[in-house]
Design a protein around this ligand. Structure first.
Ligand code: UD1
Ligand code: CA
Length: 454
């Protein structure tokens, strides 16, 4: 079976963004433009993905370094989209199918990619181009069809005559080619055009010239065509994408009290009968279970939340919250917090790098960092696990099951509180406490009678 490879064109400067950042590293909501494109290729089961980099390539390469199936290829000078694709020619086998996409087309879905490739294979085309009919074709390349409705060629706006300019079927910048024909076309590209660039949009002409059919595949969902060349287009793409994810979750049984003020990443999953109140952001690959109440004004990033969890006006980052927990209002759950079932973290409580057992309560004005806290533990108001010593080294605090830590106590790590033990309010605990004990570590109260004579 023939292999499919992808080439993502991302070497251009993105002048119209007016930015120091390469265009493909700008974000649509919580994820970079280039990541949407790479992820869509990956979801369409394309294993070899080549990203053509150029302008500020080090930044793009660094960003993509963790993706194993993505290889960056440098286009030293930006001589056009055809020249960009050429940088991958050594990696293309004759019987490959090659999917090519502009790196600034982040809304193209994996379904569209798969359909385009199938259309190319089933129609035995030399190549196909993805098209859309839109009201304002503006600066986009025009699809010129012949009398039979087949593709004649693609003409860039700057090379259009008046009649061509009026055509409103446009080239989205997404193609599939037979490997050998694409490679053979590369040597035929020239820069005799208005922009003196080597255009990938001339490849269809050459493939046809070699005697093959070239297909036009009309995009099924017009909202995917939006490319990004400016901040304005970035904002259009962002609202298109956010709208889609909102509808997707509502169709799956999630209540959004006010969709327009609820922001959900494309990668998030939310269980049915969960209710999300306004002003809430759910980002990264967050997974939220069923029957939860989230918000108002909560911010959840790359976390796993179980079923029947309440998160009120709180922030949760890279953490795991099991079923029936109650978070907030105004809690700050920082990375590597693991809360077992039925834990309560209340107002102005901050957690970081802690494991907390079932039914434990961390209700208010508390800092727990670098701690292992057992089940059924009660931590009263104002407690701190002091994790950092004077050498800036972090140490862990261990609080065993059913312990009670009284108000305003400081546990100076490394230190262990035994099972079923009590720390008296206002203590500064510096030594381990055995099981079933009471520890009080504070000055004894002094009373001076008749001291105030006024
Ligand atoms: C391109 C198409 C146009 C289509 C439009 C859809 C060409 C010649 N024109 O125009 O028909 O309607 O996309 O959005 O292809 N790039 C490189 N190296 C280069 C030049 C560009 O890697 O030397 C990359 C850019 O980073 C960008 C992509 O190719 O991601 C498209 O380039 P861009 O300049 O944005 O092309 P458009 O003018 O939008
Ligand atoms: Ca573009």
């Amino acid at each position: 079976m023939s292999n499919v490879k992808a080439i993502i064109l991302a070497g251009g400067k993105g002048t119209r963004m007016k930015s120091e950042l390469p265009k493909v590293l700008h974000k649509i909501y919580d994820k970079c433009i280039i990541d949407y494109v790479c992820d869509a290729c990956e979801d369409a089961k394309i294993k070899d993905i080549f990203v053509i980099v150029g302008h500020k390539h080090e930044m793009v390469e660094e960003h993509l370094a963790s993706k194993n199936n993505v290889k960056c290829l440098l286009q030293e000078y930006q001589l056009g989209t055809g020249h960009a694709a050429m940088q991958a020619q050594d990696y293309i086998e004759d019987d490959d199918y090659v999917f090519v996409i502009n790196g600034d087309q982040p809304l193209i879905s994996s379904q569209t990619i798969s359909s385009l490739i199938s259309f190319c294979k089933q129609g035995n085309y030399g190549g196909v181009v993805l098209s859309a009919i839109i009201d304002n074709p503006g600066s986009l390349g025009r699809i010129i069809r012949d009398n039979h409705g087949n593709l004649n060629r693609i003409v860039e706006r700057k090379d259009c005559n008046d009649e061509e300019e009026r055509i409103n079927e446009i080239n989205i910048g997404v193609y599939c080619f037979k490997g050998k024909l694409l490679k053979d076309s590369f040597s035929k590209l020239d820069d005799n055009n208005a922009q003196n660039e080597y255009y990938i949009t001339d490849v269809p002409y050459h493939i046809k010239d070699m005697g093959y059919n070239f297909g036009v595949y009309a995009i099924a969902d017009i909202s995917e065509y939006q490319g990004i060349n400016s901040r304005e287009e970035l904002s259009i793409a962002t609202s298109t994408l956010l709208d889609k994810t909102r509808k997707y979750h509502m169709n799956n049984g999630v209540t959004l009290i006010d969709p327009s003020s609820t922001y959900i990443s494309l990668n998030a999953e939310i269980g049915k009968d969960t209710i999300i109140y306004p002003g809430t952001h759910i980002q990264g690959d967050t997974v939220i279970g069923e029957d939860c109440i989230i918000g108002p004004n909560s911010h959840i990033i790359s976390s796993k939340i179980g079923n029947n969890v309440i998160v009120e006006t709180s922030k949760i980052t890279e953490s795991i919250i099991k079923d029936n927990c109650k978070i907030g209002p105004f809690a700050h759950i920082r990375p590597k917090t693991n809360l077992d079932k039925n834990v309560k973290v209340g107002s102005f409580a901050e957690t970081k790098n802690v494991n907390v057992g079932e039914n434990t309560k961390i209700p208010h004005l508390i800092y727990t960092g670098d701690a292992d806290i057992g089940r059924d533990v009660e931590i009263a108001c104002g407690v701190i696990t002091a994790n950092m010593n004077v050498n800036w080294e972090k140490n862990r605090t261990v609080i065993n099951d059913k312990a009670f830590i009284g108000c305003n106590s400081v546990l100076l790590a490394p230190v262990t509180v035994g099972k079923n033990s009590i720390v008296g309010a206002g203590s500064t605990i510096t030594e381990d406490i055995p099981d079933n004990s009471l520890a009080i570590a504070r000055e004894k109260q002094v009373i001076k009678e008749n001291y105030n004579k006024k």
